[in-house]
Every structure is written in C-alpha cells, then in structure tokens.
Design a protein around this ligand. Structure first.
Ligand code: ES4
Ligand code: ZN
Length: 325
C-alpha cells in the first residue's frame, strides 16, 4: 500500500503555500532578512508548533510568515514545496496564497505573486509539475479589505484560477463576503470557501456557500455529514469537499479519517489534502494519504477513488494563464 500510494500520480486541491514554510527555510530566511525569531534553531521552532485550536494555529501560521519579505523569498518557499511534492508524484496542485497577510505588513502584492509565479513556471519547466493559484481572502479582515485584494489581483488575472476564503471562521460567515465573491465570479474566477470542522455553525455556513454564494468547491466541509439535506445536495451537485486529515491535538486524525471513509461510502466527491504541511509534522500528501488509509483501512480502490476525485475536481483548463493547465 505504501508503494501504491507513493507511486500513484496525485493532485492536491487544498494547501496554503505559506503553510509549507518548513522551519529550516524559516531560519535561513530570518538570517538573510535580519528577522528575529522566537527560537534559534529549526528543531526548536518545530517543537513550538503545538496548537490547541484554529486560533492558536493561525497565530503560529501568521507569525511564521514574517520572514517572507522579498520576491526571492516567495520564490524559494514555493519552489521548495513544488520540488518536495513532485518527489511524491504529485503532478498537479492548487495552492492558496494569502496576499492580505503580506500587504498588511507592507509587502507589495506584486512581490508576493511574482515570486510564487516564477517558482511555478520553473517547476513546470524543470520538473514537469503543474500548479495553479487560489487567492485566499482572510475572513477575519473586512469585506472592504477583501475587495481591495480582489481588485489588486485583477492585474494578475491570468495567474490566478480562483478565490477562496480562509482564516478565522468564528463570527465571519460566508455572507459577509457576498459582494466580493459575486465580483470574483463576474471576473471569471472559480470560488471556494473554508467551512471548518471546528465551527458549531458549520452546517449553516455550508448552506450559505451552496445557496447564497454559489461556490464551486468547499474546503473541509466535514459537517456536511451532519445533515441529510446537505448530503443529498452535495452529492447531487458532485460538489468537491477538500478534507484535510492530518492529525493535530484538537482534531484527531482517526476521527477525520472515519469521516472521510463515511463520505466515500456515501458517494460524495471527497479528496484528501495537506492544508499546512510544515506546521503539521511535515506530512505531505503521500504521508497524509497513507496515514488516513491505515487509520480506517481504506481499500486500494478507495485510495484510487480519492486520487480520481482530485483530478476530476481540479480547475484544470479553467486558468487563463499562458502556461497553466
Ligand atoms: C487557514 Cl482557516 C485555515 N486553516 C488552515 N490553514 C489556513 N491558512 C489560512 N487559513
Ligand atoms: Zn486551509
């Protein structure tokens, strides 16, 4: 099974490129840019990546990216991720990036996206791995800030395939960004939103995604399983759910794996993804698939179905970029 999973061509649909910042690179960039870190060594940093819930995770995630300052930094971050997953036979990946987390620190949108794009092109030329970008909107910031990020993105329209919604969901429902996502759709972007597992009102948020926003995909979306109406709707629409089944203290892997198995058995279009691998024990796609398979005893056929679901649900051919798929 290990060889089967590692050897199988794979696609990833839900990963945050800033969440692939490994402690070693963080240390190197901190030295290069003269940034003070809370710990000196990569090992100490890795040991500090313990979180209890989404908000303590997000605090680590946002403080980690403080070392990313130059175009070259974003290039190195992205290239390292693409190289690493290429070695695992990931042949296609859709990466979220969070421009507001950088523009709010005084880093230009152009600096961020140019570095990422250069890595995407080089990885495609040199390794053959293809990738596309999803603009992540930070939902704990205002709708005005979101609209500004969307407008900034239009100059790079050909480099971005879709718009997503991430960061802290509490008190920040999908409808807060209704106009932003209407505009994004009108501009031709595909739409997705995080509907996180830790939210007590997740069912309501998923309903808003389907009925008000009109998303093309749902990131996470575990609570679809709590509601018969949602199960039917999501199944009928072949709506892709991007489950992330890596273990963390508040979100035990066996539970996520069991939900994944149930979603497969219900005939839902579910996929397995890594979210923020550098902050989650450096489990990249092969490790997450294997751990999930082992936790609940998925068959080879079910593992293959997960891979097929990802390729079928990829926004391949949706991008307007010259050299994207
Ligand atoms: C994120 Cl809500 C959420 N979960 C995991 N990773 C993230 N990166 C940005 N927002
Ligand atoms: Zn995510």
């Amino acid at each position: 099974m290990d060889a089967f999973i590692r050897g199988m061509p794979k696609a990833e649909l839900h990963v945050h490129v800033e969440g692939t910042l490994e402690p070693e690179l963080r240390v190197r960039l901190a030295e290069r840019n003269g940034v003070e870190l809370p710990y000196r060594t990569a090992d100490e940093l890795a040991a500090s990546y313990a979180y209890q819930d989404l908000s303590s995770f997000l605090a680590l995630y946002f403080s980690g990216m403080d070392v990313l300052r130059t175009e070259q930094d974003f290039f190195e971050l992205t290239y390292a991720y693409l190289q690493r997953v290429h070695a695992q036979n990931v042949v296609y990946t859709e990466m979220h990036f969070d421009p507001q987390a950088h523009t709010s620190r005084g880093i230009a949108f152009d600096t961020v996206i140019s570095g990422i794009r250069r890595a995407q092109e080089m990885a495609q030329d040199e390794l053959g791995i293809r990738s596309q970008l999803i603009l992540g909107i930070l939902r704990d910031m205002s709708a005005e800030s979101a609209m500004e990020a969307l407008e900034q993105s239009l100059a790079y329209r050909d480099w971005i395939v879709g718009v997503g919604l991430d960061s802290d969901e509490k008190g920040n429902p999908p409808v807060k960004f209704r106009e932003v996502f209407e505009r994004a759709r009108a501009e031709g972007y595909k739409l997705t939103m995080h509907c996180d597992h830790l939210q007590e009102n997740s069912v309501e948020h998923i309903r808003q995604c389907l009925d008000v926003i009109g998303v093309d995909r749902i990131d996470h979306g575990y609570h679809v399983l709590d509601d018969e109406g949602l199960i039917d709707d999501v199944r009928r629409r072949h709506m892709c759910l991007t489950f992330c089944t890596t273990s963390n203290p508040s979100d035990p892997a066996p539970r996520r794996a069991a939900e994944l198995k149930r979603a497969l058995e219900l005939g839902l279009n579910v996929t397995v993804n890594t979210d923020d691998p550098a902050y989650m024990r450096s489990y990249y796609l092969s490790e997450v698939l294997l751990n999930t398979q082992q936790a609940v005893g998925l068959s080879r056929e079910q593992v293959a179905e997960l891979a097929r679901n990802a390729f079928r649900s990829a926004w391949i051919g949706e991008g307007r970029g010259r050299r994207t798929l």
